[in-house]
Design a binder for this molecule. Structure first.
Ligand code: SF4
Length: 487
């Protein structure tokens, strides 16, 4: 049974679309991959898949809808995945196919080549996938899914490279966009990060084995040591015989990691760009308190993603931190098939106000972002219903005014509140006493760039805030998307 995902609270957030994990040189690799994927579940809840290889059984694969814990803990499923090498993927449905994803779209994908098989899983988005797919189909390729990853398999099939890593290198030189890839052959685990390093990928070590993961929190769960990040534009090929070999198949470029990973996508217990994600989020709260102070009685997070920034705001302002909103952690599993009446309860299914605390108080609510704004409005209603004297929203990211085309599920531009309203208009529409967003410079400072954003050559991708896309979204431009006019 599919988990219930179309919750209005989730609908009003940007969503990372995937997490990837792979291991080599570990007995019972599939169990390690399942644990890694479980730790990456926040990056995709709709479906997951694991591929392993074992000499007698060959390549083995299991792909399922639903949570990792509901599928890849079952003895009968795990028994079908033998071997000491394996990769896995968790997926959040993309905007175009939401609710209609077929199991054939669930990664990893597999291709059989003359020199053996290869499985591949990716996080991110190939921004020229439509054009590549069209060209490949014209030249005879038969696609089985709607996923970008399959383009890579077909490009590899057409390559004249002598081995699979060579073919992957050649295929990826034709691909544009933001992607982190884990892939495997019978004897090698491979990891690739796009030239700008937009999406994350890290390397870990456990005993004689190695692991690749979207985030360090998934290395922690299997007890692996974090070795380093895969560098932007780097391809690592790992074998039990030769260890880690590093290649740089792309033109070297200045890195532009996704700044939203620091704000929301990554888990707070992960290390990203050498920094604790929790500490960056706490520091965003400090910046917000400096940039947008207000007299109030309490600082409350919108759980859970607003919590570290609320702590930072409270510490910097001296206004007490309190849990004014309580989150029901188990909602998602309770209402697998929600009725219309239950669906209409909206945010209340997941969040409830701590009335005894809020009554009569001037409350600062700290949230990670405002996307459509509908949830912010409902939360404000709940806080006022509970008797708050004033409600002030403080947002731990700049206004989200542009869609992401790099592997993040974003509403179309017209649905983003900040695309159509000024800050004052948003404040009035949400209906709060004040609304302030951290500045881009404040966000960069919190993420460790002391001087703030270099406007001539930004240190991060921040296109969803600035409209400055580091890789032109060529497929979307072909479909009519209008880029921001040059200033
Ligand atoms: S557009 Fe925003 S969410 Fe997308 S990669 Fe860039 S910073 Fe991240």
């Amino acid at each position: 049974m599919r988990p219930f995902l179309a919750h209005p609270f989730d609908h009003d957030k940007l969503h990372e679309e995937c997490g990837v994990f792979g291991v080599i040189g570990m007995a019972d690799a599939s169990s390690f991959v399942a644990l890694g994927l479980h730790a990456l579940q926040h990056r995709g809840q709709e479906a997951g898949g694991i591929v392993t290889y074992e000499a007698e059984a060959g390549f083995c694969s299991a792909r399922r809808f639903g949570y990792v814990r509901d599928n890849f803990t079952k003895a009968d499923v795990m028994a079908t995945l033998p071997g000491t090498i394996g990769i896995g993927h968790v997926r959040y449905s993309t905007a175009g196919s939401k609710g209609a994803t077929a199991i054939r779209d669930v990664q990893p994908f597999f291709g059989e080549f003359s020199m053996g098989g290869s499985a591949i899983a990716h996080n991110g988005n190939i921004t020229n996938a439509t054009a590549l797919r069209r060209e490949l189909i014209e030249r005879g390729s038969i696609f089985q899914s709607s996923s970008d990853s399959e383009c890579i398999i077909h490009l590899m099939a057409r390559s004249m490279g002598r081995n699979i890593p060579d073919r992957m290198e050649e295929a990826l030189r034709k691909v544009e966009g933001a992607f982190s890839i884990v892939a495997m052959t019978r004897t090698k685990l491979m990891g690739v990060r796009d030239p700008l390093g937009v999406r994350p990928l890290v390397l870990g070590k456990l005993g004689d084995g190695w692991a690749l993961s979207s985030e360090t929190c998934a290395l922690d769960i299997i007890g692996a040591e974090f070795v380093r990040e895969i560098e932007p534009g780097e391809m690592v090929v790992i074998s039990e015989k030769d260890g880690v070999q590093s290649h740089f198949p792309f033109r070297r470029m200045k890195s532009r990691g996704c700044i939203f990973e620091h704000v929301y996508f990554s888990r707070p217990d992960s290390i990203l760009g050498g920094r604790s994600v929790y500490e960056t989020r706490r520091q965003i709260g400090v910046e917000l308190a400096r940039e947008a102070p207000v007299e109030a009685d309490l600082v409350c997070p919108v759980p859970d993603s607003g919590t570290p920034a609320a702590i930072g705001y409270s510490q910097e302002s001296g206004i007490p931190y309190a849990m004014g909103i309580i989150r029901n952690q188990y909602m998602g599993r309770t209402f697998i098939e929600p009725t219309e009446q239950i669906r209409n309860m909206g945010v209340r299914l997941k969040l409830n106000v701590n009335r005894a605390l809020i009554k009569g108080k001037r409350v600062i609510l700290v949230d990670d972002s405002v996307v459509r704004g509908t949830t912010s409005r409902k939360i404000k209603d709940m806080i006022l219903d509970a008797g708050a004297a004033e409600v002030h929203f403080r947002i731990a990211s700049p206004p989200t005014a542009w869609p992401c085309f790099y592997g993040v599920d974003t509403p179309e531009r017209s649905k983003l509140l900040a695309a159509t309203m000024s800050e004052e208009e948003m404040r009035d529409w949400i209906g709060v006493d004040s609304l302030k967003f951290v500045s881009l410079d404040g966000l960069y400072r919190a993420a460790g760039v002391a001087k703030g954003r270099d406007n001539k050559s930004p240190q991060y991708c921040d296109a969803c805030f600035s409209g400055e896309y580091p890789v032109a979204p060529s497929d979307m431009i072909e479909k009519g998307f209008e880029m921001k006019a040059a200033e």
